[in-house]
Design a protein. Structure first.
Length: 280
């Protein structure tokens, strides 16, 4: 029985065919990679074409809508000055560190709240209230206590990453089949062994979804974080471009944030593949 418990646990019940993760893998693997790349590129290319057409026809003044070429040239100029890759590097570093810290703490607290009625009653109301606080409301408080440095920026991003993980995973853990949990407990599995053997594998899809939400939230909080006296970063470049009327750089930063968000999301996709292979 111990050997059976050390293998991935599946909820007992009628056989409805492949598990949800298996169906997900089958759906995603149905088309070759190049087909998915082509399909994914259709909308961005269409938007780019419409954008260029609007500029060419003069439907919107250049000071309100720069051409794609001018946005590209703005990026080349910033790159040649050494500012672009510095901004990308420091912002990505802040996001990844804040995301990692917030997600890990979120998983720990979610495990406590989702598995303990006492912890849920103790922490649930307070965390629910804190979750409602807008991101910008934390800025003056973080400046007061942490100062204008990297700590305050990373902390704000970590706050943004914490709540999607905490909310999603704690709710998922509450709905793990209690009969399955009790059956495994009967064989002496408790605490972290029970969590790692049954409860976390049962909520892998929810964990992955929460990490994707947390990563997206981290990029959203980045701009607010870089209002904390930053002199480098994409958020700083965004605000600086607005203040100086550089609409081309403004568009460039927005596009870069979208690209970086997708690239980092792909990293979570690699984690998803590993977890589904391990526990799916």
């Amino acid at each position: 029985m111990a050997d059976q418990l050390d293998s991935p646990v599946r909820t007992a019940g009628p056989d409805f065919g492949p598990t949800v993760p298996a169906r997900l893998r089958s759906f995603r693997g149905g088309w070759p990679l190049w087909v998915r790349i082509v399909l994914g590129a259709i909308i961005p290319l269409a938007v780019l074409g419409i954008w260029q057409l609007i500029v060419t026809l003069g439907l919107v003044p250049a000071y309100r809508l720069p051409s794609p070429a001018s946005v590209w040239l703005a990026g080349v100029d910033l790159f040649n000055r050494g500012q672009l890759y510095q901004a990308v590097a420091i912002s990505t570093q802040r996001v990844l560190i804040g995301f990692a810290v917030g997600s890990i703490i979120g998983l720990i607290v979610a495990s406590a709240v989702g598995l303990s009625k006492f912890a849920s009653a103790l922490l649930g109301p307070t965390l629910g209230a804190i979750r409602s606080v807008p991101s910008l409301a934390w800025v003056p408080l973080l400046i007061l206590y942490l100062g204008i440095n990297e700590d305050s920026k990373v902390t704000l991003i970590a706050i943004g990453a914490f709540f999607p993980v905490f909310t999603t995973v704690s709710a998922a853990l509450r709905h793990v089949d209690p009969q399955l949990v009790e059956a495994v407990r009967a064989y002496g599995y408790t605490g972290t062994r029970l969590l790692g053997l049954v409860q976390l594998p049962a909520v892998v899809p929810s964990v992955i979804s929460s990490l994707r939400l947390a990563l997206a939230q981290s990029w959203l909080f980045l701009v607010a974080a870089e209002l904390l006296g930053a002199s480098l970063g994409l958020g700083f470049l965004l605000v600086d471009s607005q203040q100086n009327g550089r609409i081309d750089r403004l568009f460039l930063v927005i596009i870069l944030l979208g690209i970086l968000g997708k690239v980092t999301d792909a990293l979570v996709g690699l984690l998803e593949r590993y977890l589904l292979k391990r526990w799916g």
